[in-house]
Design a protein around this ligand. Structure first.
Ligand code: HEM
Length: 409
């Protein structure tokens, strides 16, 4: 039925996607899409196998299936990739994350308190867009006074997604990108002269020293050179660009998609109101059910086999996260949203050596959002029906979700 599916057509990932993916899992779980010259990998076991065997299925040939670009840490292989991750992890220390959590909660409460008397808002615009940006700004160490700019750049870049024919929009996006890069480079310079307790300072310091601290090197003997263990200036800038993209739209859509599931399943929402200790499990279920990131690609480094199919060296495969996360071999009743689902071995954050670096921050954001909203707006409901979703190959993108709730007095 779907044997001629075009896996890189955004419509494949739009309405009806889950039915198509179920067909693939049952009938052709590692499917050769001849038009796009890529294998569509739809089962959980095969996505896990390929992700965990990074020496066979590499990232270094690019992880976006339709773009040759290799811009970010996602497109790196070992050992460079691990070196970079070790450096970056220094900026994600528990103390920093605790500090970010406190500030994030204060920001969330202020945002919700400002909306509460209205009794109505657009969940995407008023809640899900500003929240993740705030966290990235905290992480990078962008002062409060500059956050408006960050919102503007981020919005403008995101507005261009999928509008490659609209030259005016693309030009605005290119300008926003250039302004963000210039701002980041200024920030890098400023932290060099005046280091602080933030991610940029940690990374600038690591780069300038040309060495990694001993504790950060997994296997120093395997490093090609000391220089290889430091970040190039471009890499540092590009990483900070990646962070804005990777941490923003993903979390925004997890927040919106998660809230839409709670609105559509009031019994599940009530369970969380009655027993907030279920919230951490609900967070995992949101990431599974929404699967904000749709897919990443890998390239075979040698002839191999996956799910019984022969994969030739150099061929690409597409890891289909939303499909893996609805695999009936792993998840009972996979279409159903259950806040207390346990166990929940979803791959919404990926798996293996590229496992999402921001997973704990993203979990924290979703958790705090649920805790504070369920306290303040327990009767939150759609104002005009279900949210609108914009087709995208990379991220499930909610564009608008008007909601109502009893206004606070
Ligand atoms: C719900 C929100 C999020 C989802 C669903 C998500 C999902 C993912 C996925 C699927 C990957 C690829 C994993 C793989 O290839 O195995 C990834 C990687 C990554 N994510 Fe996230 N992410 C989220 C939030 C964030 C946040 C908040 C940040 C940063 C603050 C972030 C930063 C990154 C980075 C830097 C990588 C690359 C890691 C590497 O290549 O080693 N993500 N994420």
């Amino acid at each position: 039925m779907y044997s001629d599916i075009d896996i890189l057509d955004v419509r494949t990932w739009g309405p009806g996607a889950y039915e198509r993916f179920r067909w693939l899992r049952r009938n052709d779980p590692v499917h050769w899409d001849a038009k796009n010259a890529i294998w569509a990998v739809s089962r959980h076991a095969d996505v896990v196998h390929a992700s965990k065997n990074h020496e066979i299925f590499c990232c270094g040939e690019g992880t976006r299936p339709n773009m040759p670009t290799k811009l970010s840490i996602l497109d790196m292989d070992e050992p460079r990739h691990g070196q970079l991750r070790n450096l970056i992890n220094r900026g994600f220390k528990p103390r920093r994350v605790a500090e970010i959590t406190d500030r994030f909660r204060a920001f969330t409460i202020a945002t919700l308190d400002a909306l509460a008397p209205e009794g109505r808002c657009d969940f995407v615009r008023d809640i899900a867009v500003p929240m993740p940006i705030e966290v990235i700004a905290e992480l990078i160490g962008i002062p409060k006074t500059d956050r408006g700019k960050l919102h503007h750049w981020s919005d403008t870049m995101i507005a261009s997604d999928g509008k490659y024919d609209d030259l005016a929009t693309m030009e605005k996006a290119a300008n926003a990108f250039a302004e963000y890069v210039a701002y980041i480079e200024d920030t890098i310079e400023a932290r060099r002269c005046d280091p602080r307790d933030d991610l940029v300072s940690v990374l600038v310091h690591a780069r300038d020293n040309g060495l990694l601290g001993e504790a950060d090197v997994r296997d120093a003997a395997k490093l090609p050179s000391a220089e290889a263990a430091t970040m190039a200036k471009d890499e540092l800038t590009m990483f900070l660009v990646t962070l804005l993209v990777a941490g923003n739209e993903t979390t925004r859509n997890a927040l919106t998609g998660g809230m839409s599931q709670l609105i559509e399943n009031p019994g599940e929402k009530q369970k969380l109101i009655d027993d907030p200790t279920l919230i951490p499990r609900a967070v995992e279920e949101i990431v599974r059910h929404v699967s904000p990131v749709q897919n990443f690609a890998r390239t075979a480094t040698r002839d191999t086999e996956l799910g019984g199919r022969a994969i030739a060296k150099g061929q690409k495969i597409l890891l289909m996260y939303p499909s893996a996360n609805r695999d009936e071999d792993v998840f009972e009743d996979p279409e159903t949203f259950k806040v207390d689902r346990d166990p929940n071995p979803h791959v919404g954050f990926g798996i293996g050596n590229h496992f999402c670096l921001g997973a704990n921050l993203a979990r924290m954001e979703i958790r705090v959002m649920l805790e504070e909203i369920l306290k303040r707006m327990p009767d939150i409901a759609y104002a005009d029906g279900p949210p609108t979703i914009q087709p995208s190959l990379l991220v499930r993108s909610f564009t608008s979700m008007p909601v109502t709730f009893t206004p606070a007095t």
